[in-house]
Ligand binder design. Structure first.
Ligand code: SAM
Ligand code: SF4
Length: 329
């Protein structure tokens, strides 16, 4: 799949559910309305859709959400998708999770061929963690991390940089993550969906975070790539890797290789734009994949050049109306 700007699309992210057992303040409103269950693709349909994309050249598949591990029988989907790893058609099957259910699923994930996972943790302070996630408990996530490590999963911690909330804890998180053998990636807040707070109050530019870290650490740019938009440095003092995802301070669209599907089978060609294509209808309207492939080709032919995020003030509305949990982070 090659888009109009010559970019090869070989990375698919699938939001398997819009539901979550947390309510992170930058991601969701506390009182979210979720999709009725009848609108969701079944696990069999998700498998068929993912397999279609693999057939069309997707090499890397990430399941995300909402919280992917709260979808009922989700391991069934991991297990069936693992056949594409066995055949060599798929290079990597991974997941982004809040870690709350990891203790239960870590070893099964490894059985299904998952080698690396991203776990989102924004603070190591139990009280702050409860405040940011509204419903989460850090202790449970830590148990999940331990189980994942024991099962042999490589772990990357994702942390959203939040002004005044974890702003002065990033140094501590860096030393903790690298001490544990985890990579750490910092993310700028993106204006996706209505939340209860003002995003300008949350936004912390990573250019500033990097500048501050450089007062203590030697950060050396390295060409390491995971297929995502993060740019990595090696931290000389810890020997670990630190990634920066900077959609606002540094736009990375020129190297975009991905598209996203929601749990209802809507294909979004860009996280930061509204244009989308419905794949549920072509998926359901025939048993063969011809209509589906046609719809995918048409959509890839409209993949936009890039996003144009700006951080809004309260009342101005987000750049994109849908939440991150719909298209997946
Ligand atoms: N529930 C899982 C988790 O938290 O890892 C997977 C889905 S979550 C939407 C994926 C990632 O998106 C998380 O790392 C989360 O911190 C990040 N995220 C959510 N809303 C965001 C926003 N508005 N701006 C930047 N990152 C966001
Ligand atoms: Fe749930 Fe992940 Fe969104 Fe937090 S960031 S509310 S864990 S989907």
């Amino acid at each position: 799949m090659i888009d109009p700007f010559g970019r090869t699309v070989d990375y698919l992210r699938v939001s398997v559910t819009d539901r979550c057992d947390f309510r992170c303040v930058y991601c969701m409103a506390e009182n979210m309305t979720f999709l009725p269950k009848r609108d969701l693709l079944t696990l069999e349909e998700l498998d068929r859709l993912c397999s279609g994309f693999i057939d069309k050249g997707v090499k890397k598949l990430r399941l995300t959400g909402g919280e992917p591990l709260v979808r009922k029988n989700i391991m069934q989907l991991f297990r069936s998708l693992s056949r594409h790893l066995d055949s060599g058609a798929l290079e990597e099957l991974t997941l982004t999770t809040n870690g709350s259910q990891l203790a239960r699923y870590a070893s099964e994930l490894v059985d299904c061929g998952v080698k690396r996972i991203n776990v989102s943790i924004d603070t190591l302070d139990h009280e702050k963690f409860a405040k940011i996630t509204r419903w989460g408990q850090l202790g449970k996530v830590m148990e999940g991390l331990e189980a994942a490590r024991k099962a042999g999963l490589a772990i990357k911690i994702n942390a959203v940089a939040l002004k005044e909330v974890n702003e002065f804890e990033i140094d501590h998180m860096l030393r903790w993550a690298h001490g544990e053998g985890f990579d750490l990636t910092l993310i700028e807040t993106m204006p996706l969906g209505e939340i209860d707070e003002d995003r300008t109050d949350q936004y912390l530019p990573l250019s500033l975070v990097r500048q501050r870290l450089e007062e203590t650490y030697s950060l050396v740019d390295i060409p390491y790539k995971t297929g995502g938009p993060a740019r990595y440095v090696e931290v000389k003092e810890t020997g670990g890797r630190l990634g920066f995802i900077t959609p606002l301070t540094h736009n990375f669209c020129e190297s975009c290789n991905r598209v996203r599907i929601t749990c209802t089978g809507t294909l979004y060609m860009c996280l930061g734009q509204d244009d989308a294509a419905d794949l549920r209808e072509p998926l359901r309207s025939s048993e063969g994949n011809e209509l589906l492939y046609q719809a995918i080709d048409e959509a890839i032919g409209r993949k936009p050049k890039g996003h144009d995020f700006i951080i809004e003030r309260r009342g101005e509305g987000p750049s994109v109306g849908r939440h991150m949990s719909m298209t997946g982070g």
